[in-house]
Ligand binder design. Structure first.
Ligand SMILES: [Zn+2]
Length: 331
């Protein structure tokens, strides 16, 4: 916490010093520069802006998005970009402190949570709630800079994984397109066309998930892992059981949690235990060994591997792979 505070101050000073006589360094081209904090933010910008903007992701590929902390270079990049896109949930509590420390007057800031109807993180039967387990309470990184403890207590804790519902992605993409059109009216037609194309794919994806759920034998999914799919489950009317809520920092489940999930899988003859991306799969594997179920990944798109990042894998690619995984799990 202190480290980030110092980083912000140091960077703010560097930026104001650099401001004496030199204009903030823009990218070499006259293209708009966009920064997405996590993979969804980055990919949605890429789908809408195409090659008309310079787009980068702040998280290093393959890194854990929930424990990410910005480096001084990251803060400078945020300072210099034209459009900044972030989730706005628990993983991004550092953002408000950074945005308060820099000049955002000439910048578009898009918070994905604000583009949709947010829901709070949910603790369902059998799930291990970290605070009840006596873990230390979460302390926001910007404490003392932007958010006071009172603010923090009043704010409901929204589930940040809004992008797991393709209908929400349409809303986020529309907001990105609106900002692009305002900032770069010369390319407005391109942004509109890209948005329409992306929307068409999202509508198709949504219909495919609906079809898989409608034709499935069951409506229950089980995760031997964290559960970042609340918006997805709500959208397709799925019942879920999981070890931890979406952004839990816990990875080791209690014996009680594991045995609850094992019993559930046995009782309902659940064929697939899911784990999420970049997971150690330990718990899913342990449950599978006890039940004979198969272990499969349901990728929540927080981040992608280095190889997938370099090959240009998209949210749509990831979700299309999820369709076949879900099909197996529901039949
Ligand atoms: Zn998450």
């Amino acid at each position: 916490m202190k480290k980030i505070f110092c980083t912000i101050i140091a960077v703010a000073m560097t930026i104001s010093l650099a401001g004496c006589g030199t204009a903030p360094t823009q990218n070499s081209s006259d293209k708009l520069s966009i920064i997405g904090v996590n993979f969804p933010a980055y990919d949605f910008a890429r789908q809408v802006a195409g090659d008309k903007a310079q787009i980068s992701m702040l998280l290093p590929p393959a890194s854990e998005s929930h424990s990410y902390e910005p480096t001084p270079q990251d803060i400078i990049k945020i300072q210099e970009c034209d459009i900044f896109i972030y989730g706005g949930g628990e993983s991004d509590t550092w953002v408000s402190g950074v945005l308060e420390s820099i000049d955002t007057s000439a910048k578009s800031v898009i918070k994905m949570l604000d583009c949709v109807t947010p829901v709070e993180e949910e603790i369902v039967e059998g799930m291990q709630d970290e605070e009840e387990e006596g873990e230390s309470a979460y302390v926001p990184v910007e404490d003392g800079i932007a958010a006071t403890e009172e603010d923090e207590e009043e704010e409901p804790e929204y589930d940040e994984h809004v992008w797991t519902n393709p209908q929400n992605v349409q809303l986020i993409a529309r907001k990105i397109a609106d900002e692009l059109r305002v900032r770069d009216s010369g390319n407005a037609d391109t942004y509109q066309k890209n948005l329409s194309d992306f929307n068409a794919e999202l509508i198709k994806l949504d219909a495919e998930f609906e079809q898989v759920v409608a034709s499935g034998k069951r409506k229950t999914i089980v995760f031997g892992d964290r559960f970042p799919f609340r918006y997805f489950a709500d959208r397709y009317d799925l019942t879920y059981f999981a070890a931890f809520p979406g952004c839990s920092t816990e990875t080791e489940a209690s014996a009680q949690t594991v045995s609850f999930l094992i019993d559930k899988v046995k009782a309902e003859r659940i064929p697939v235990i899911f784990h999420i991306e970049l997971s150690n799969k330990k718990m899913a594997t342990a449950i599978a060994e006890q039940t004979g179920a198969k272990v499969l990944e349901l990728h929540a798109s927080h981040n992608v591997s280095k190889a997938d990042f370099e090959s240009g894998k998209s949210y749509l690619d990831i979700m299309r792979t999820n369709i076949s995984a879900l099909k197996e799990a529901l039949n």
